[in-house]
Design a protein. Structure first.
Lengths: 174, 442
């Protein structure tokens, strides 16, 4: 009997680990606020790594980045205040090392990390895509790099989850 | 109590018994008694059983690799909820069917065990799949830690050594992938965590294979985590030598007892390997000089990076006493212990000097002591492998020194020729010695 309990417990532990893997993302997807971000060309200019698209955003190197980046050390957590622009996408208003309080209703905070040459990363830099559409998406991204918009959800903790990539009227969601 | 005999011996005995009976050396009753004593009638069943277990396990691993490749190929035509249900069901089905066949109905324990192994492999693949389905960011090695945790829990629950081996290997991959990417001080805790997670299982199940794998992972991690950015090169050598002393002493303690005798050989082997690497590296004047110079960096060493070598050092030194006690009646064990302690002291004294020449010289003496101890112990144990290990070690030392000090071609020619002649002469002498011993035994 004890052996059976031990086995059931082990299966429960494995199931709990599996559930914990996407828990953060699921919470953000369920509770987050949807915003749209403009992508920026990645450096080096290569969109594909194995089976995922590598993305970079305008907010990855926000404001006067070449001046401001020296304030941070590699791996440091930063909070970026975002505001909506007239075209419906969101842009970076300010960067903080402490989470800012008393925000305007139309602003929100996204949590990132200073990652050296990648600028600030938000955990939304790669998007898994199916093998069959790899080439199509890569071609579309290369030809319309400036038009690519990414829809993400941002929860109250500032965590972001990548929902879909939109290039003109084409929506890529997997 | 019956002593453990190998399957090969029993098979040979089974073939020989009818011959002995025909020759009139034993009676039919005696043949039956011997057959009964060694359960020879079970041989056919045992070998079939073993073969089936191996086939099932290989099959399970192949299916597991297939599942992992399937994940890599990325299947996106199916809706997300269905995907999650599918992968969870596959894992649960493998585990439940495995447990039923192995432990409940006991109809096919081998197949059941293989299914549990498969379930654990599917579990690992599922971690990657979950990350893919929900676009979780992370480095490739991130999935290996949760996989290892899930596997070791399952290994304990169903008492499966192959599953424990999966846990050890995946945790080691996680460590290597992590420390290779970012040499943070936190990785220094891995050897302790791995020891706490895996060694109790190895002792509980008396699995020498899982034990050897664990010791290897712990030793490599202990050495790697005390090197790299901001650390001093000398710590690498000290870690390796300290792990060498610790493993050798522990191995000798195990060899002197009954319960974990099978753990002794791998521990002593890995211990001597670690010790040899440390003294061999220091035997080069250039390395010895760099290591001595790196002491100026000691102030910058982070505490976690110093913890592993310190703990290995203290525990290793403490274990010398019980190891000496256990080895007092066994001349071979005493020689092995003396070689380990002597080379460790020489290395430590050398690392405290201010001359790279003195450090390298002491390391060379230590290397020679290790080689000489192997050859000497090989005489006691009549073990060819040990003898040749010692000879190769001393030859390696001579070749390295000759190449290091850029001597003229003529000197090199003399050294290599003399070395070659000496090796052949030693080999002939040892074989002669073994022959006279064999005659004396007979």
């Amino acid at each position: 009997m004890n052996k059976q309990i031990a086995f059931i417990l082990a299966v429960v532990v494995q199931a709990a680990i599996l559930a914990a893997v996407p828990a953060r993302q699921v919470y953000t997807r369920l509770s987050g606020r949807t915003i749209r971000l403009k992508t920026a060309p990645v450096d080096p200019y290569n969109f594909l790594s194995g089976y995922h698209v590598i993305l970079s955003y305008e907010i990855s190197r926000p404001l006067d980045w070449s001046q401001t980046q020296h304030r941070f050390s590699r791996g440091q957590v930063v909070y970026v205040v975002l505001k909506p622009a007239e075209d419906g996408t969101w842009f970076a208003k300010s960067i903080h090392v402490q989470r800012p309080q008393d925000l305007n209703v139309d602003a929100l905070v996204i949590k990132g990390r200073y990652s050296g040459w990648q600028g600030i990363t938000y955990g939304i830099e790669s998007y898994y895509i199916p093998e069959a559409v790899r080439e199509q998406i890569e071609k579309d991204l290369q030809e319309n790099a400036r038009q690519a918009i990414v829809e993400v959800k941002v929860d109250s903790f500032g965590t972001a989850a990548l929902m879909r990539i939109i290039i003109e009227d084409r929506v890529y969601e997997y | 109590m019956k002593e453990a005999v190998s399957a090969a011996f029993r098979r040979h005995l089974k073939q020989q018994l009818p011959v002995l009976r025909q020759e009139g050396l034993i009676t039919t009753d005696q043949e039956l008694a011997i057959s009964d004593r060694y359960s020879l009638d079970r041989l056919a069943y045992e070998s079939t059983h073993k073969l089936i277990a191996v086939i099932y396990t290989v099959g399970a691993f192949l299916i597991g690799i297939g599942v992992i490749s399937f994940v890599a190929a990325h299947w996106t035509a199916i809706p997300r909820t269905f995907k999650v249900s599918l992968i969870s069901a596959a894992m649960l089905a493998a585990h439940l069917a495995g447990y039923y066949l192995w432990k409940v109905s006991r109809k096919s324990p081998s197949l059941g065990h293989a299914l549990i192994i498969l379930g654990t492999l599917i579990f690992g693949a599922n971690i990657g799949l979950m990350a893919q389905i929900f676009h979780v960011e992370g480095r490739w090695n991130g999935a290996f830690l949760p996989w290892s945790v899930g596997a070791i829990v399952m290994a304990w629950a169903v008492q499966s050594t192959p599953v424990a081996v999966i846990a050890i290997v995946t945790s080691f991959i996680w460590f290597l992938g992590g420390i290779g990417w970012n040499h943070q001080a936190g990785w220094s805790y891995y050897p302790f965590a791995a020891a706490a997670a895996f060694l109790p299982y190895c002792f509980w199940r008396r699995s020498a294979f899982a034990f050897t794998l664990s010791l290897f992972a712990i030793a490599v991690a202990a050495v790697l985590s005390s090197t790299g950015r901001g650390q001093t090169g000398l710590l690498l050598g000290v870690s390796s030598a300290a792990v060498g002393l610790l493993y050798s002493c522990w191995g000798l303690i195990a060899a002197g007892g009954e319960r974990f005798k099978s753990f002794a050989a791998p521990a002593i082997f890995l211990g001597f390997l670690a010790m040899t690497i440390a003294v061999y590296m220091a035997s080069f004047q250039k390395v010895a000089g760099e290591w001595l110079y790196s002491r100026v960096e000691f102030d910058n060493v982070s505490l976690p990076a110093a913890v592993t070598p310190l703990v290995a050092l203290v525990v290793g030194i403490v274990l010398v006493v019980p190891a000496a006690f256990r080895s007092r009646t066994n001349p071979a064990a005493a020689k092995i212990l003396a070689a380990a302690v002597l080379s460790f002291i020489l290395f430590l004294v050398g690392s405290l000097t201010f001359s790279q020449f003195a450090f390298a010289l002491l390391a060379n003496v230590a290397l020679f002591a290790l080689g000489a101890a192997f050859i000497w112990t090989a005489r006691d144990l009549e073990d060819r492998r040990l003898f040749w290990s010692g000879v190769i070690l001393i030859a390696l030392m001579i070749v390295s020194r000759t190449l290091e000090y850029e001597t003229g071609l003529l000197v090199k020619a003399v050294v290599f020729t003399a070395g070659g002649v000496a090796i052949i002469a030693l080999g002939i002498m040892y074989e002669k010695f073994l022959k006279t011993r064999r005659i004396a035994h007979e």
